[in-house]
Design a protein around this ligand. Structure first.
Ligand code: SF4
Ligand code: SF4
Length: 423
């Protein structure tokens, strides 16, 4: 899908070559005790405890997956804040002492390729590494695949206007390749392919500067169409293979390029996942920018320090990109690992929904081969809904984008998907 979306001005792309703005000194950070997938965390620290940067402060109740504090300081209280799903959840509140103190400092490793497979997988879990494209899928689970044959790096960043991945490639290509090389060695994977959009000349040029020294890593160019970053589509476009349930069936592991950088920092500096780059776009910014922030920062605090932010009346906040993002309606949004962009705009198309005209366009565009208008029609009919398989929805938003009746189809299908998962 190459058409620009009306939601944002067409000059909306941040330039990956711009310096990454850092916004790493929040007064307070908030650690949500529930993630976007609905998993709950139980705190392992309490009020008045002192925490070091990178300490585990909570773990998921079902599988002990950790979340770390991105600052050192005191735990002061608990409060409710909004997360990327729009839900208000309980958060641990940690006051930053601005000392950036780690409990143990190990220094940078010179050579990062000599971990055992077991140590690597354990470290991925202990470091709380999850997919940074928005999926929030725990990365260690992907590496539990037996005998992987190929690592595919998703560097296509297919959400229109987001550029945090491209920015990372421009500024850190050398280290990204070092990280990929280490993963191949550690996991005994024969080769890696970095999938890049065919028109992303900056990333192609940057990667090509360093890739020559890595014989097992190559670049594959992918057509610029949405949603080429969807795992199933990405694998099809990259190696022309399909699978039933998981890429592990065909010996493939996929990782987003920002996740690779988190893995590199974990291997090199023994750092858990506590920071990420997000793209800020929309007409409330004098220009679109990429900002490095600490996980747990309140969006409101970030905005007070961004000189490009010029708030306009009647604006809305979307967590994520224009296709998959969620209209949040709250400036008290907490930046979590799954947020790759924020749109703040007063230019939001708000045409009223009209009845479905049965044009079938939503089915035509659906990459998961669903019949979205039928899903909506049967939203209160569990038996029929089951047959329509809403759980296969990848939440790409193409159905809502194309619908002439302006029906927010994606939201309905996500609701149906959630209901189907409770069966
Ligand atoms: S695209 Fe909209 S109007 Fe057309 S069938 Fe789907 S829901 Fe109905
Ligand atoms: S959001 Fe879901 S239902 Fe809509 S087009 Fe994408 S996959 Fe299909």
């Amino acid at each position: 899908m190459n058409k620009p979306i009306k939601l944002i001005a067409t000059n909306a792309k941040a330039n990956p070559q711009d310096k990454i703005i850092t916004n790493l000194k929040p007064q307070i950070i908030y650690i949500p005790l529930k993630n976007k997938k609905g998993q709950n965390y139980k705190p392992i620290i309490k009020e008045n405890d002192y925490v070091y940067k990178g300490d585990v402060v909570a773990i998921t109740t079902n599988d002990n997956f950790p979340i770390h504090t991105s600052v050192s300081g005191y735990v002061v209280s608990c409060t409710e804040k909004t997360i990327s799903t729009g839900e208000k959840v309980k958060c641990l509140v940690i006051e930053n002492d601005f000392k950036e103190k780690y409990r143990t400092t190990t220094g940078a490793k010179r050579y990062i390729n000599n971990y055992s497979k077991e140590d690597f997988i354990n470290l991925l879990k202990e470091s709380g590494i999850i997919g940074l494209s928005g999926s929030a899928f725990p990365t260690y689970q992907k590496y539990q695949t037996s005998k992987p044959k190929l690592l595919i790096i998703n560097a296509v960043e297919c959400e229109p206007y987001l550029s945090c991945d491209k920015t990372l490639i421009y500024h850190q290509a050398e280290y990204l390749l070092e990280g990929i090389d280490a993963i191949l060695d550690i996991m005994h994977i024969p080769s890696a392919i970095i999938a890049v959009k065919e028109n992303d000349y900056t990333s192609i040029e940057e990667l090509n500067k360093y890739i020559g020294t890595y014989p097992n890593i190559s670049i594959t160019l992918i057509p610029n169409k949405y949603p080429c970053g969807w795992e199933r589509e990405l694998i099809k476009l990259t190696v022309n293979q399909t699978y039933n349930h998981s890429p592990a069936e065909i010996g493939i592991i996929t990782n987003n390029i920002s996740t690779i950088y988190a893995i590199y920092e974990m291997l090199k500096y023994n750092r858990p996942l506590t920071e990420r780059i997000i793209t800020l776009i929309g007409d409330n910014f004098t220009k679109p920018i990429n900002v490095k922030v600490k996980i747990g920062t309140n969006l409101g605090e970030i905005l007070t320090k961004i000189k490009q932010y010029k708030p306009k009346e009647n604006s809305i906040i979307i967590a994520g990109g224009p296709m998959m993002g969620k209209n949040i309606q709250a400036s008290e949004l907490i930046i979590t690992q799954d947020i790759n962009g924020i749109i703040i705009t007063s230019n939001y198309p708000s045409q009223p929904m009209t009845p479905c005209i049965k044009c079938g366009k939503c089915s035509e565009v659906c990459p998961a081969s669903l019949i979205p208008n039928e899903i909506i029609k049967n939203i209160n009919n569990p038996a029929k809904l089951k047959k329509l398989k809403p759980e296969r929805c990848i939440e790409c938003g193409l159905c809502s984008y194309i619908c002439p009746a302006k029906i927010k189809i994606r939201d309905f299908v996500i609701k149906a998907k959630k209901e189907a998962s409770h069966d």
